[in-house]
Design a protein around this ligand. Structure first.
Ligand code: OOG
Ligand code: NI
Length: 450
């Protein structure tokens, strides 16, 4: 019998859309931001027909309007490992290891995301997922208490657990099961006004780190932001106040470039939201909004240059000054597609042009990619960066949780512990980009190396 299972791409698309609907209801400013981003994207495309054509040709235009990332934080290894199984059903796999303890945030993280070209183009929805490091709570009694609170909760509905088991046994979902799975999985990420603790416990955890209180005191792992992708972050940042949204002071990441690199992000501050403790009312500050502009993925060499320049650059507290300083330092980073390819600092996707399809013999055996491009036999387009940046992430965490920049000395990087909690290895993002570039060249009939 032919498989009638619903595809992982379609499950992810349905889930991402349901998540966005839910978050628009929970945080109305997110809806305003979505609206602003789609307006700015439409303007950019109208003003830059060449960009529009390129995005259309590469099947990227369709993903733009559905594209977003979210972020969640969990408290235990068991929760993280169960999330891995839930996301696998939607074609999202752990990529990258981010150690944020070095920036004073007591978590380490990965991104669950699709990894293949086709899946990324269908819907690149990704979730930045952090695991709390309870060992960084130095008060032992409090650490024990937090451990017990977390052990007593189940952030998954019983039906969600059953459906995950069923999927693992059957190897897929029928249409009806898929329809049931999406809202069941969504429950884990819903906001709860009712906390699981009394005020004293909340305050004690908050005093350790705001993030610890956010993870430990609630019955679920509420989605804390959803981030649409804009084609012009400077414009959205400038327009945010007119829509009644106050952005964070500076845009994180690299400066504006002719060939945009990696990821630029800005966010707006979390609101104080009313919550109920076991013994009274209060407020909690956790959820916020963010936008991002994605550029080309960098090779290990390009990434090392980015990291070095970011470190060397002076920073400003006001965005214009900050961007000018960044731009001055990043003058040392080539901003030309050809140079980016030749060095090589960045990844590209290659495909045959019409001429190339008509003349395969001219390609076979040719190893000089620039020559093939010049002759119009193949076409190169920047490969979009699908991941995150730890320095930017730390900036976003801090600006939204109250700045607390003290680095935690115990916070040695522990990727192995993270993978053990996850129950799987995380993929190396740079290796994934390299494989995709290689595969695109192979599809063109270009032999590389040797
Ligand atoms: C995650 C912050 C990181 C990003 O875009 O870098 C992040 C969090 O606050 O849980 O989402
Ligand atoms: Ni984010």
């Amino acid at each position: 019998m032919k498989s009638l299972w619903v595809s992982a791409d379609s499950l992810r698309d349905g889930f991402a859309s349901a998540m966005s609907q839910m978050y628009q209801q929970e945080v109305p400013q997110y809806g305003t931001l979505l609206h602003l981003v789609s307006e700015v994207n439409a303007e950019v495309l109208a003003q830059d027909p060449a960009l529009k054509q390129q995005l259309e040709r590469d099947n990227e235009l369709s993903r733009l309007s559905v594209e977003r990332h979210g972020a969640i934080r969990v408290g235990t290894a068991a929760e993280l490992s169960m999330l891995r199984q839930v996301f696998a059903i939607m074609g999202m796999y752990p990529v990258g290891y981010y150690d944020l303890s070095q920036a004073g945030v007591p978590v380490h993280s990965t991104a669950f995301r699709p990894i293949e070209d086709r899946a990324l183009n269908a819907n690149p929805f990704r979730l930045f997922t952090s695991l709390l490091r309870l060992e960084l709570i130095d008060d032992l009694a409090l650490r024990q208490q937090a451990t017990e609170i977390l052990a007593a909760r189940d952030i998954f509905t019983p039906r969600c657990r059953e459906l995950v088991r069923l999927h693992q046994q059957q190897g897929g979902f029928s249409a009806q099961q898929a329809e049931e799975f999406i809202p069941q999985a969504l429950e884990t990420f819903r906001w709860h006004q009712q906390t699981t603790v009394d005020q004293a416990t909340y305050q004690a955890l908050l005093a350790q780190h705001r993030l610890i209180a956010d993870v430990v005191c609630f019955p679920g792992c509420h989605i804390n932001h959803l981030t649409p992708r804009t084609l012009d972050i400077d414009r959205v940042q400038a327009l945010m106040p007119q829509s009644g949204i106050t952005p964070k002071a500076i845009i994180e990441g690299p400066p504006r470039r002719t060939v945009p690199i990696l990821l630029r992000q800005t966010s707006f501050k979390a609101l104080d939201e009313p919550v109920r403790f076991r013994d009274g009312l209060g407020t909690h500050t956790a959820r916020f909004g963010e936008i991002e502009q994605r550029g080309i993925a960098l090779t290990a060499k390009g990434r090392a240059l980015y990291d070095r320049l970011l470190l060397e650059s002076e920073t400003g507290t006001e965005n214009d000054a900050h961007q000018q300083k960044l731009a001055a330092t990043f003058a040392a980073f080539p901003d030309d597609a050809r140079v980016l390819r030749e060095q090589p600092l960045a990844w590209f996707t290659y495909r045959l042009s019409e001429k190339g399809r008509a003349n395969p013999a001219q390609i076979a055996g040719q190893q000089n990619i620039e020559r093939l491009l010049e002759e119009g036999l193949i076409i190169a387009t920047p490969m979009i960066y699908e991941d995150f940046l730890p320095v930017s992430a730390a900036g976003i965490f801090q600006s939204n949780l109250g700045s607390e920049a003290k680095p935690r000395s115990q916070g040695h990087s522990s990727r192995a512990e993270f993978e053990q909690a996850l129950g799987a290895a995380v993929s190396d993002e740079i290796a994934l980009y390299g494989q995709r570039q290689q595969a695109s060249l192979a599809r063109c009939g270009v032999k590389q190396g040797g």
